[in-house]
Design a protein around this ligand. Structure first.
Ligand code: ZN
Length: 263
Protein backbone atom coordinates (compact mmCIF):
# COMPACT_ATOMS: atom_id res chain seq x y z
CA UNK A 1 0.00 0.00 0.00
CA UNK A 2 1.23 3.48 -0.86
CA UNK A 3 0.48 5.38 2.35
CA UNK A 4 1.86 8.71 1.06
CA UNK A 5 -0.43 8.50 -1.95
CA UNK A 6 -3.32 7.64 0.35
CA UNK A 7 -2.56 10.67 2.55
CA UNK A 8 -2.23 13.02 -0.46
CA UNK A 9 -5.55 11.85 -1.83
CA UNK A 10 -7.25 12.80 1.44
CA UNK A 11 -6.34 16.39 0.56
CA UNK A 12 -6.58 17.36 4.20
CA UNK A 13 -6.81 21.09 4.85
CA UNK A 14 -4.85 22.99 7.45
CA UNK A 15 -6.46 22.66 10.87
CA UNK A 16 -8.48 19.64 9.83
CA UNK A 17 -8.50 16.16 11.41
CA UNK A 18 -9.97 13.08 9.80
CA UNK A 19 -10.80 9.73 11.40
CA UNK A 20 -10.95 6.85 8.99
CA UNK A 21 -10.92 3.11 8.66
CA UNK A 22 -7.22 2.23 8.82
CA UNK A 23 -5.76 1.65 5.33
CA UNK A 24 -3.33 -0.84 6.88
CA UNK A 25 -5.32 -2.95 9.36
CA UNK A 26 -8.91 -1.84 8.82
CA UNK A 27 -11.35 -4.69 8.22
CA UNK A 28 -14.48 -3.27 9.78
CA UNK A 29 -16.10 -0.16 8.29
CA UNK A 30 -17.22 1.01 11.72
CA UNK A 31 -13.77 0.90 13.25
CA UNK A 32 -12.23 4.26 12.52
CA UNK A 33 -8.89 3.79 14.22
CA UNK A 34 -6.82 5.84 11.79
CA UNK A 35 -6.34 9.57 12.43
CA UNK A 36 -4.80 12.18 10.13
CA UNK A 37 -4.23 15.79 11.17
CA UNK A 38 -2.90 18.79 9.31
CA UNK A 39 -1.39 21.30 11.67
CA UNK A 40 0.09 24.27 9.80
CA UNK A 41 1.14 22.08 6.91
CA UNK A 42 2.57 19.37 9.13
CA UNK A 43 0.55 16.26 8.36
CA UNK A 44 0.64 13.50 10.99
CA UNK A 45 -1.08 10.14 10.91
CA UNK A 46 -1.31 7.06 13.07
CA UNK A 47 -3.53 4.14 13.95
CA UNK A 48 -4.31 3.56 17.59
CA UNK A 49 -4.75 -0.17 17.32
CA UNK A 50 -1.97 -1.81 19.30
CA UNK A 51 -1.49 -4.53 16.72
CA UNK A 52 -0.97 -1.96 13.95
CA UNK A 53 2.12 0.18 13.90
CA UNK A 54 1.34 2.50 11.02
CA UNK A 55 2.25 6.13 11.64
CA UNK A 56 4.16 8.89 9.94
CA UNK A 57 4.34 12.50 8.98
CA UNK A 58 5.07 14.74 6.04
CA UNK A 59 5.19 18.43 5.36
CA UNK A 60 2.93 19.99 2.80
CA UNK A 61 3.19 23.63 1.90
CA UNK A 62 0.21 25.71 2.96
CA UNK A 63 -1.84 26.91 0.03
CA UNK A 64 -2.36 30.61 -0.55
CA UNK A 65 -5.95 30.08 0.52
CA UNK A 66 -4.82 28.44 3.78
CA UNK A 67 -2.58 31.38 4.58
CA UNK A 68 -5.31 33.91 3.84
CA UNK A 69 -7.70 31.96 6.02
CA UNK A 70 -5.19 32.10 8.87
CA UNK A 71 -4.77 35.85 8.39
CA UNK A 72 -8.52 36.28 8.52
CA UNK A 73 -8.75 34.37 11.75
CA UNK A 74 -10.22 31.20 10.33
CA UNK A 75 -13.00 32.77 8.27
CA UNK A 76 -14.25 30.91 5.25
CA UNK A 77 -13.33 31.77 1.72
CA UNK A 78 -16.02 32.49 -0.82
CA UNK A 79 -15.87 32.43 -4.59
CA UNK A 80 -15.84 36.21 -4.70
CA UNK A 81 -12.85 36.41 -2.39
CA UNK A 82 -10.20 38.48 -4.20
CA UNK A 83 -7.31 36.43 -5.49
CA UNK A 84 -3.72 37.60 -5.37
CA UNK A 85 -1.27 35.90 -7.67
CA UNK A 86 1.67 34.66 -5.59
CA UNK A 87 4.76 36.88 -6.09
CA UNK A 88 6.76 33.95 -7.48
CA UNK A 89 4.34 33.63 -10.41
CA UNK A 90 5.67 36.04 -13.00
CA UNK A 91 5.77 36.79 -16.74
CA UNK A 92 7.34 33.85 -18.54
CA UNK A 93 10.07 35.95 -20.21
CA UNK A 94 10.64 33.31 -22.82
CA UNK A 95 11.46 30.58 -20.27
CA UNK A 96 12.67 27.85 -22.60
CA UNK A 97 11.01 24.82 -21.04
CA UNK A 98 7.69 26.71 -20.95
CA UNK A 99 7.98 27.73 -24.60
CA UNK A 100 8.83 24.21 -25.74
CA UNK A 101 6.04 22.71 -23.59
CA UNK A 102 3.53 25.04 -25.27
CA UNK A 103 4.94 24.24 -28.71
CA UNK A 104 4.46 20.55 -27.99
CA UNK A 105 0.75 21.14 -27.37
CA UNK A 106 0.47 23.68 -30.19
CA UNK A 107 -0.82 26.39 -27.89
CA UNK A 108 0.36 30.00 -27.77
CA UNK A 109 1.72 31.17 -24.42
CA UNK A 110 1.22 34.85 -25.17
CA UNK A 111 -2.28 34.56 -26.58
CA UNK A 112 -3.22 32.59 -23.45
CA UNK A 113 -1.41 35.01 -21.12
CA UNK A 114 0.48 32.15 -19.50
CA UNK A 115 2.73 32.87 -16.56
CA UNK A 116 5.65 31.12 -14.94
CA UNK A 117 6.02 29.86 -11.37
CA UNK A 118 9.72 30.34 -10.69
CA UNK A 119 9.54 28.58 -7.33
CA UNK A 120 8.00 25.32 -8.49
CA UNK A 121 8.87 25.48 -12.20
CA UNK A 122 5.29 25.45 -13.46
CA UNK A 123 3.45 26.92 -16.41
CA UNK A 124 0.57 28.88 -14.94
CA UNK A 125 -2.86 29.30 -16.55
CA UNK A 126 -4.74 32.30 -15.13
CA UNK A 127 -8.45 31.68 -14.49
CA UNK A 128 -10.10 34.84 -15.79
CA UNK A 129 -13.75 35.81 -15.37
CA UNK A 130 -15.17 39.24 -16.24
CA UNK A 131 -11.63 40.43 -16.98
CA UNK A 132 -10.46 39.64 -13.47
CA UNK A 133 -7.97 36.93 -12.54
CA UNK A 134 -9.93 34.98 -9.95
CA UNK A 135 -7.56 32.04 -9.61
CA UNK A 136 -4.74 30.25 -11.37
CA UNK A 137 -3.63 26.72 -11.97
CA UNK A 138 -0.10 25.59 -12.71
CA UNK A 139 1.20 22.53 -14.43
CA UNK A 140 4.57 21.18 -13.41
CA UNK A 141 7.24 21.43 -16.11
CA UNK A 142 9.40 19.03 -14.12
CA UNK A 143 8.53 16.24 -11.73
CA UNK A 144 7.03 18.36 -8.97
CA UNK A 145 4.02 16.91 -7.15
CA UNK A 146 1.16 17.47 -7.79
CA UNK A 147 1.20 17.67 -11.58
CA UNK A 148 -1.49 20.37 -11.53
CA UNK A 149 -1.65 22.86 -8.68
CA UNK A 150 -4.49 25.24 -7.94
CA UNK A 151 -3.24 28.47 -6.38
CA UNK A 152 -6.51 29.80 -5.02
CA UNK A 153 -9.82 28.36 -3.96
CA UNK A 154 -12.21 29.71 -6.54
CA UNK A 155 -14.44 27.02 -8.03
CA UNK A 156 -15.01 28.70 -11.40
CA UNK A 157 -13.70 26.80 -14.41
CA UNK A 158 -10.69 27.74 -16.54
CA UNK A 159 -11.98 29.12 -19.83
CA UNK A 160 -10.48 30.17 -23.13
CA UNK A 161 -11.95 31.38 -26.41
CA UNK A 162 -15.10 33.18 -27.45
CA UNK A 163 -18.32 32.06 -29.05
CA UNK A 164 -21.72 30.62 -28.27
CA UNK A 165 -20.69 26.96 -27.94
CA UNK A 166 -19.10 25.81 -24.69
CA UNK A 167 -16.92 22.72 -24.92
CA UNK A 168 -16.48 21.00 -21.58
CA UNK A 169 -13.06 19.37 -21.26
CA UNK A 170 -10.90 17.92 -18.50
CA UNK A 171 -7.89 20.20 -18.32
CA UNK A 172 -6.50 23.60 -19.25
CA UNK A 173 -4.50 22.35 -22.20
CA UNK A 174 -7.63 20.93 -23.81
CA UNK A 175 -9.55 24.15 -23.07
CA UNK A 176 -6.75 26.21 -24.62
CA UNK A 177 -6.72 23.99 -27.71
CA UNK A 178 -10.51 24.06 -28.16
CA UNK A 179 -10.76 27.80 -27.50
CA UNK A 180 -8.27 28.37 -30.31
CA UNK A 181 -10.95 27.41 -32.84
CA UNK A 182 -13.55 30.05 -33.78
CA UNK A 183 -16.95 29.95 -32.08
CA UNK A 184 -15.86 27.67 -29.23
CA UNK A 185 -15.15 28.40 -25.60
CA UNK A 186 -13.07 25.68 -23.98
CA UNK A 187 -14.22 25.14 -20.40
CA UNK A 188 -11.96 23.08 -18.12
CA UNK A 189 -13.54 21.88 -14.92
CA UNK A 190 -10.17 21.36 -13.15
CA UNK A 191 -11.55 18.52 -11.15
CA UNK A 192 -13.49 15.35 -11.50
CA UNK A 193 -16.97 16.61 -10.88
CA UNK A 194 -19.42 19.08 -12.33
CA UNK A 195 -20.02 21.62 -9.59
CA UNK A 196 -22.88 24.01 -9.07
CA UNK A 197 -20.63 26.95 -10.05
CA UNK A 198 -19.76 25.21 -13.32
CA UNK A 199 -23.43 24.69 -14.17
CA UNK A 200 -24.23 28.33 -13.41
CA UNK A 201 -21.36 29.44 -15.61
CA UNK A 202 -22.38 27.14 -18.46
CA UNK A 203 -25.99 28.34 -18.34
CA UNK A 204 -25.05 31.42 -20.40
CA UNK A 205 -24.34 29.27 -23.48
CA UNK A 206 -26.95 28.07 -25.95
CA UNK A 207 -24.99 24.89 -26.64
CA UNK A 208 -22.65 22.81 -24.51
CA UNK A 209 -20.58 19.97 -25.94
CA UNK A 210 -19.11 17.47 -23.51
CA UNK A 211 -15.70 16.39 -24.78
CA UNK A 212 -14.05 14.36 -22.05
CA UNK A 213 -11.47 11.63 -22.62
CA UNK A 214 -12.79 8.58 -24.51
CA UNK A 215 -12.36 6.39 -21.42
CA UNK A 216 -14.68 8.64 -19.41
CA UNK A 217 -17.94 7.77 -21.15
CA UNK A 218 -20.04 7.13 -18.01
CA UNK A 219 -18.89 10.50 -16.64
CA UNK A 220 -19.65 12.17 -19.97
CA UNK A 221 -23.20 10.84 -19.98
CA UNK A 222 -23.66 11.84 -16.34
CA UNK A 223 -22.46 15.41 -17.04
CA UNK A 224 -24.75 15.65 -20.06
CA UNK A 225 -27.70 14.60 -17.93
CA UNK A 226 -26.84 17.06 -15.16
CA UNK A 227 -26.40 19.95 -17.60
CA UNK A 228 -29.70 19.50 -19.39
CA UNK A 229 -31.51 21.63 -16.84
CA UNK A 230 -29.08 24.50 -17.42
CA UNK A 231 -28.16 24.55 -21.11
CA UNK A 232 -30.75 24.26 -23.88
CA UNK A 233 -28.71 22.11 -26.20
CA UNK A 234 -26.33 19.57 -24.63
CA UNK A 235 -24.28 17.36 -26.93
CA UNK A 236 -21.73 14.63 -26.45
CA UNK A 237 -18.57 14.53 -28.54
CA UNK A 238 -17.35 10.94 -28.95
CA UNK A 239 -13.60 11.32 -29.19
CA UNK A 240 -11.03 8.81 -30.37
CA UNK A 241 -8.37 10.39 -28.22
CA UNK A 242 -8.06 13.19 -25.69
CA UNK A 243 -8.98 16.40 -27.55
CA UNK A 244 -5.66 18.04 -26.66
CA UNK A 245 -3.86 15.69 -29.07
CA UNK A 246 -5.88 17.30 -31.90
CA UNK A 247 -6.40 14.15 -33.93
CA UNK A 248 -7.75 15.21 -37.29
CA UNK A 249 -10.91 13.09 -37.06
CA UNK A 250 -11.63 14.43 -33.55
CA UNK A 251 -11.20 18.03 -34.66
CA UNK A 252 -13.51 17.45 -37.62
CA UNK A 253 -16.15 16.13 -35.25
CA UNK A 254 -15.67 19.13 -33.01
CA UNK A 255 -16.04 21.57 -35.91
CA UNK A 256 -19.33 19.91 -36.90
CA UNK A 257 -20.77 21.41 -33.71
CA UNK A 258 -20.24 24.96 -34.89
CA UNK A 259 -23.63 26.62 -34.79
CA UNK A 260 -22.75 29.17 -37.48
CA UNK A 261 -21.52 26.64 -40.04
CA UNK A 262 -22.55 27.10 -43.63
CA UNK A 263 -22.66 30.85 -43.36
ZN1 ZN B 1 -4.18 0.26 11.70
Amino acid sequence: MNIIGFIYDLDIANGETKRLVCPNCGRNKNEKTFTVTNNMGSILWNCYKVSCNISGSLRSSLTVADIKKLQMGGGTLEDDEPFDMPPYVIAHRGERSLISWCAKWRINEDELGLLYDVKEHRVVFPVIHDNVIVDATGRSLGNRFPKWKRYGKNSLPYVHGSGSVAVVVEDCVSAAVVGGYDSFVGVALLGTSLQESHKRYLAQFSTAVIALDPDALPKTLQFAKELRGYVKDVKVLRLNDDIKYQRQDDIEKLLSFRTDKGE
